[in-house]
Ligand binder design. Structure first.
Ligand code: TMP
Length: 403
């Protein structure tokens, strides 16, 4: 049943039994992993694409949540620019106040703090929240929902901006979120959020955007429908080039702001492309299965030739790739990742060891699968010596290729 409108959800792809994408484990933890069925479908009435089965939030977001939003130079720059944009557009009044839902390590709010603007990050994962505090960011360790929003407004007053990056799509209980926004947002305030765009996922076959934490896959039309159900209106939309293609949505109370032409333009483009009915996803399954077959064929062939293959970027996305395709440590011997909390652990499900980026050069392998394809430019520049030494990158979206 649709988590937005209660309509019937038509399942269009089943990835089978999958582990939690960020549950990196100690070798001693093997045998005690949690698995769930990762399947995705589209609501036949409101068009929201969503997971079929939901994982309890505190299994995914907790003290030891390992992902740091500031783990890439490009994303640090993106969030500095975002903070500046919010400061210049919606935070210009007298003593403005911004709340960020899922502030992670404070990558965006630290710029807001430096500007001296009142802010609060709401972050359920205690470890990353502590990092944010270390940056001077004010944080409440909690899951944002209606009751928390009411507590914040009682303490701090209404918010001019409620912002979220790569967080809204993680939250299945969207009704409580919108009721919370209703309680907390100033009459002319805005809710701004950015998440991977279903249009880009389908265009580029980036099936690895589908994993436990990504519950919703938004489009302009599905977000516009959802906002309207709760007394809000989608008033602006902007394409973002990060994480393989995202959209930034700006939502206001219904009737308070004139929608920009961009909303209708992109909604019309979606209607033309077809992102709203089960039949529109027929090609997706074929694309995913082709990538799996091509990638496994390549990796098995390289193994038969005695080539050394490693991975780069122990991303949450890579859990779907490794477990759906069946990539084992025999095919990819380890994965390099700079995140301290992932180092020395095993990848969920596949149990491929995670090592520091220095391990890449010790000695250089013949091939590296770039699981962090969304950071390709940054990582390839950083590891130029690997390529110069004859090493080759394996990419698998939009199709399997070697560079
Ligand atoms: P993401 O695609 O969800 O942002 O995850 C990227 C992962 O790749 C994260 O675990 C950090 C890692 N990474 C590196 O190890 N080195 C790098 O240079 C970059 C950009 C990311």
């Amino acid at each position: 049943m649709c988590r937005v409108c209660g309509g019937a959800v038509h399942e269009f792809f089943d990835f089978g039994r999958q582990p939690l994408s960020d549950a990196f484990l100690d070798p001693a933890g093997v045998g005690h992993e949690y698995f769930f069925r990762l399947a995705v479908g589209i609501c036949e009435s409101c068009t929201m694409t969503q997971l079929i089965d939901e994982v309890a939030r505190d299994r995914m977001f907790h003290e030891a949540y390992p992902y740091h939003s500031s783990g890439s130079v490009r994303m640090r720059r993106h969030f500095e620019e975002t903070a500046q944009l919010l400061l210049d557009s919606h935070l210009t009044g007298d003593d403005p106040f911004i709340v960020e839902v899922g502030c992670n390590d404070g990558v965006m709010l630290k710029t807001i703090d430096k500007a001296g603007v009142r802010h609060l990050g709401v972050e359920p994962s205690g470890g990353v929240a502590e990092l944010a505090r270390g940056q001077g960011v004010r944080v409440r360790v909690d899951f944002f929902e209606e009751s928390v929003a009411s507590a914040i407004v009682a303490e701090d007053g209404p918010a001019d901006v409620i912002y979220a990056a790569n967080t809204m799509c993680h939250i299945p209980y969207i009704g409580s979120i919108f009721r919370g926004v209703d309680a907390l947002l100033a009459p002319d305030g805005v809710l701004v959020f950015e998440d991977p765009y279903l249009g880009d996922i389908l265009r580029r076959n980036t099936f690895d955007q589908i994993y436990d934490e990504h519950f919703f896959f938004f489009t302009v039309r599905s977000v516009r429908n959802a906002a309207a159900r709760f007394g809000f209106e989608l008033v602006d939309v902007e394409r973002l080039p990060v994480h393989g293609g995202e959209l930034r949505y700006t939502i206001a109370r219904a009737g308070r702001r004139a929608p920009s032409p961009a909303v209708e333009e992109l909604a019309a483009e979606e209607l033309e492309r077809g992102l709203a009915a089960p039949a529109d996803f027929a090609g997706f399954a074929a694309g995913v299965n082709r990538i799996r077959d091509d990638l496994m064929g390549l990796l098995r062939g390289l193994r038969a030739e005695g080539k050394r293959v490693v991975g780069y970027g122990a991303t949450a996305k890579s859990a779907t790739v490794t477990n759906f395709c069946g990539i084992t440590p025999e095919l990819v011997s380890f994965v390099c990742d700079a995140t301290p909390a992932k180092n020395g652990k095993l990848m969920p499900g596949s149990h491929i060891p995670v090592r520091s980026p220095e391990a890449l050069a010790d000695p250089y392998p013949d091939y590296a699968v770039l699981f962090a394809w969304n950071h390709a430019e940054e990582i390839m520049a950083k590891e130029r010596a690997f390529h110069e030494a004859g090493g080759r990158w394996i990419l698998y979206v939009p199709e399997v290729h070697v560079v």
